[in-house]
Design a protein around this ligand. Structure first.
Ligand code: UN1
Length: 513
């Protein structure tokens, strides 16, 4: 891997030393066991980090709470300036961080860079937003009264993130939380701890250069037990969690039990509806990237293609032949389209899904399989597969985090396709490929897609940061990133001011003393 400059990237990001036992300092309280990070690219040990104990956790939460006391006093546009500097450092480190993401997580180098680009974009967005944390003013029903609302910083935000976007999801949360005046504690996935250290090193530099308290950005590595400490902690008013629906339900219940707020980004089961009026060439690009990009490990990955029977054969043949062009291999080599899955457990789930779809009566259209031999030593490389299936199959209803695409045939009008599209537990992303205005508008209407994201003539993955990102039903209902997603990071206060010499009551109530 040295030919791809991984060593240099690790050094630049200050991650290399972790392997030699030195702590990053800078707010990384870690006195627990060692967590080793192996690359799915070549199966080699990249480095190891120390996990945080529950005592470490107490120290972290304390310094975060302390940091909040001063950070909340900084004017929002000045907090924006901190985030602007963070975005600048990300630009300087884009190549190194993108490489680390690709090497530790296994996504293609292009996608690794793309992930860092999402971080930079959300910083830019947040900088502008830092001057636009607007509340409304209302006309009071009482004379000589003024009513308005304001948004105040809320406190410590807990971020629990997944392996598949090991750096961007943290940035979507922190960039907004910071301009909102909050401080953050991040527990990254145990599968990508070095990405977490690298990010923490970058922001720690900015914090230091500006003489701000370190507790503004805290990092803790560890397993679900650390997550439990966070979710049950009343000192963390908001928990933002990304991961499986199973995990989200546990988090949601723990946070709700103490009436905290949670922002959940959970599983997807995303479909593209391909109608008789679809542009086939565009459909193939959107569907293939959606299904095999990130080796099918995005929550927005395309899992189902719902194709009209009149064009089924044509679309199927075009997609099957596109799959023949796919190059599977080291994701750091830009000639390859598909890298490895995150680990061998993920490979097992992939294999089990393919067995299951056949067991349920599906037909394999593009054979899957685990690759072995030179270049595939990690055991994490699999062939993207396609199966003809029914929407009602149990396995089709289930989100398998792997490149398995199900083709489903529909007949009649677009409502029948919509029934399939909406006929799953999850509600994250959806798309329709059509040049028919009526079908497109039907898809976007109240009786159309029930997902948080609904696209026309675009695939299901690769959302821009400017929109609110998230989904309904089993996806958890949270919205992150653009639009007004910032509001969840602040507490809203309604203020009524009386500038008269009498005290009229609302609702016309008379109360004379
Ligand atoms: C995820 O998979 O957790 O829309 C997030 C996309 C990316 C984010 C995916 N912007 O595919």
């Amino acid at each position: 891997t040295s030919q791809f400059g991984i060593k240099e990237a690790l050094t630049q990001l200050g991650v290399k030393d972790i392997n030699e036992g030195t702590s990053t300092g800078l707010h990384h309280f870690a006195n627990g066991e060692i967590l080793e990070s192996y690359s799915p690219v070549d199966g080699k040990l990249i480095g190891s980090v120390k996990m945080s104990t529950s005592q470490d956790y107490q120290q972290v939460i304390q310094s975060a709470t302390e940091a909040f006391k001063t950070f909340r006093l900084m004017p929002a546009p000045q907090r924006g300036e901190i985030v602007r500097q963070f975005g600048e450092k990300l630009r300087q480190n884009k190549e190194a961080l993108g490489k680390l993401v690709s090497y530790e997580m296994g996504k293609s180098l292009q996608e690794g860079y793309g992930e860092v680009q999402e971080m930079i974009d959300i910083c830019d967005f947040a900088v502008g937003l830092s001057r636009q944390l607007h509340g409304l003013t209302m006309h009071s029903e009482r004379p000589g009264h003024r009513m308005y609302e304001q948004y105040h910083p809320m406190g410590v935000v807990g971020i629990i993130s997944a392996f598949n976007f090991p750096v961007a999801v943290w940035a979507w949360n922190t960039a907004l939380a910071w301009i909102c005046g909050d401080v953050c504690i991040w527990k990254p996935s145990e599968k990508t701890p070095l990405c977490g250290i690298a990010c923490q090193n970058i922001i720690a530099e900015v914090i230091k250069e500006n003489n701000l308290p370190e507790g503004i950005s805290c990092l803790i590595n560890g397993d679900y037990k650390l997550g439990e400490l966070m979710t049950s902690d009343t000192r963390i008013p908001l928990i933002s969690a990304t991961g499986s629906t199973r995990m989200g339900k546990i988090v949601a219940q723990a946070v709700a039990a103490r009436l905290g707020k949670s922002l959940l980004e959970l599983g997807g089961n995303n479909a593209i509806i391909v109608t008789p009026d679809a542009d086939i060439k565009m459909t193939v690009i959107g569907a293939v990237f959606g299904a095999v990009g990130t080796a099918g490990q995005r929550c927005t990955s395309t899992r189902r293609l719902i194709i009209h029977e009149s064009i089924f054969e044509k679309v199927k043949d075009a997609i099957v032949s596109a799959y023949k062009q796919l190059k599977i291999g080291n994701p750091l080599d830009e000639n390859n389209h598909v890298g490895p899955l995150i680990d061998t457990d993920a490979v097992k789930m992939y294999t089990a899904a393919l067995d299951k779809v056949v067991e349920e009566g599906g037909t394999i259209l593009v054979e899957g399989g685990v690759l072995s031999g030179e270049g595939y030593e990690s055991g994490c490389y699999v062939k993207p597969a396609i199966a003809l299936a029914q929407n009602s199959f149990e396995i089709v209803q289930h989100e398998t985090f792997a490149p398995v695409l199900y083709l489903i045939k529909y007949s009649g009008d677009v409502d029948n396709a919509l029934e399939y599209q909406n006929g799953v537990g999850q509600g994250l992303s959806s798309a329709i490929m059509t040049n028919n205005l009526r079908e497109a508008e039907r898809f976007l209407s109240v009786v159309g897609s029930d997902c948080g994201i609904a696209n026309v003539n675009i695939g299901t993955s690769g959302a821009e940061i400017g929109g609110a990102f998230g989904g309904e039903k089993d996806t958890g209902g949270g919205r992150e990133s653009g639009s007004d997603a910032w509001k969840i990071y602040m507490r809203r206060q309604t203020n009524t001011i009386n500038y008269t010499t009498s005290l009229p009551l609302a609702q016309g109530i008379k109360f004379d003393l």
